[in-house]
Design a protein. Structure first.
Length: 386
């Protein structure tokens, strides 16, 4: 098998440069910042020594999705748990053969632990920056959950810490490793629906203030923002991945139900629209007030692709249709592999000290645009130039 290859043009983009590409009309369009880096999934054979991981924050997503992903991965092995709940950590340690435990106070001692190469951070958003930076200072690579952090300044500090430590920082945009989403992008790039003209994406669920994983999501000091931070970010990230241009402006309006006591600190819903230099527009909506839904549609000059759900853990439905309006069902693989695929890709990149496919720069870009979405919504939909 060949090694994991990094696309050099995209590397430049992640490094902060903005290489220019030619649009269909011939004009120079600034390529999107923070775009996914690698174009190849030819991972090398599993090494004898797998990358050794500490998992930080043993909550619903880490336990329910990522730990099975670590077990299914070929290049990774969990060696330590970091938790404020020692009993839970020990129980999980028994289940997964992990025998090293740290808490949030002893965390910095991982610097001396030779059995930890990388750290996966699955804490509430407001804690991402602190634990990412502490892990990088301890000399470990970091895969941090989305959204990257509460503020642009925190994202920048995380990227700077990775550079100083000469370690890799990836943001866990798992959908970039999901076979059907990858297939949709491949078909778009291959022109199967003609030139892309418009993207729309909606994502939401009903936030329950009595359910602990939702409780912190409704507190700005822990969540950073509301539905757009947590679930709306999928459609935003998909729009940027798809269109692959730097947007010029954004407008947005809130759609939070009036007088809903859940939404004193963060928005319950927001609808946004991005405009791109080539004339393509993308729009999306996120909500904490809808029944669970994740949907994406791509409209081209000669056809369209619909995904519903688009970013689920286990189920993705995808159809493509052309002028005869007959939907063709597309199935590119089992969505459940996205967790192990993401972990393996990170391991291979970090082992070569190469950037992860979804790097810190991508997380920063998305937080920057979400902040502009909020700015526009705060001003009742005024267009904000990016
Ligand atoms: P949970 O509330 O279930 O888990 C968070 C864990 O963080 C807790 O269980 C706890 O673990 C630890 N923690 C430390 N300090 C606090 C605190 N002050 N309040 C609450 N928890 C604390 O949340 P999720 O698992 O749903 O989300 C965790 C992260 O994963 C978030 O960044 C979220 O955005 C991301 N996520 C990503 C998804 C994806 O598809 N990529 C899907 C869902 C979430 P302990 O008891 O071990 O200390």
């Amino acid at each position: 098998m060949t090694g994991f290859r990094i696309d050099r043009r995209s590397l430049l983009a992640a490094a902060g440069g903005l290489p220019l590409i030619a649009s269909a009309a011939g004009a120079a369009i600034p390529k999107a910042e923070g775009q996914p880096l690698a174009g190849k999934f030819n991972l090398p054979d599993p090494p004898k020594e797998r990358m050794r991981w500490a998992v930080v924050g043993l909550g619903s997503f880490a336990v329910g999705q990522m730990m099975p992903g670590f077990i299914a991965a070929s290049h990774a092995r969990m060696t330590a748990f970091v938790s404020g709940s020692p009993d839970k950590a020990r129980d999980l340690g028994t289940r997964y053969g992990v025998s090293k435990f740290y808490d949030y106070i002893t965390f910095d001692r991982i610097a001396d632990d030779k059995e930890i190469d990388a750290v996966y951070i699955a804490l509430p958003v407001a804690l991402h920056a602190e634990y990412t930076i502490r892990a990088l200072k301890a000399g470990k690579h970091v895969l941090c959950e989305k959204p990257m952090a509460s503020t642009v300044a925190e994202c920048e500090a995380m990227i700077a810490a990775a550079k100083t430590a000469n370690r890799q920082l990836g943001i866990a945009y798992r959908v970039h490793f999901e076979p059907n989403n990858m297939d949709a992008i491949k078909r778009l790039r291959a022109g199967e629906i003609g030139d892309l003209r418009y993207f729309s994406g909606e994502a939401g669920f009903v936030a329950n203030p009595d359910y602990p994983p939702h409780k912190w999501r409704l507190q700005k000091t822990l969540a950073g923002g509301g539905s757009m931070y947590d679930i709306g970010i999928y459609a935003l990230n998909a729009a940027l991945w798809t269109v692959d241009e730097t947007p010029v402006s954004v407008s947005a309006v809130y759609s939070t139900p009036a007088n809903d006591p859940r939404f004193k600190e963060v928005e319950g819903g927001v609808e946004w629209r991005l405009r791109f230099p080539s004339g393509i527009s993308a729009q999306g909506a996120s909500s904490y007030c809808w029944t669970y839904a994740t949907r994406q549609r791509f409209f081209g000059a000669q056809g369209s692709i619909s995904m519903d759900p688009a970013s689920d853990y286990n189920q993705i439905n995808m159809t493509m249709q052309h002028a005869d309006l007959t939907p063709v069902t597309l199935r590119a693989g089992n969505p459940a592999v996205q967790f192990s695929a993401q972990i393996d890709a990170f391991c291979v990149a970090a082992a070569a000290n190469q950037p992860h496919q979804t790097p810190g720069e991508m997380g920063l870009r998305d937080i920057r645009i979400i902040q502009a979405i909020y700015k526009s919504a705060d001003a009742n939909g005024q267009i904000v130039t990016l």
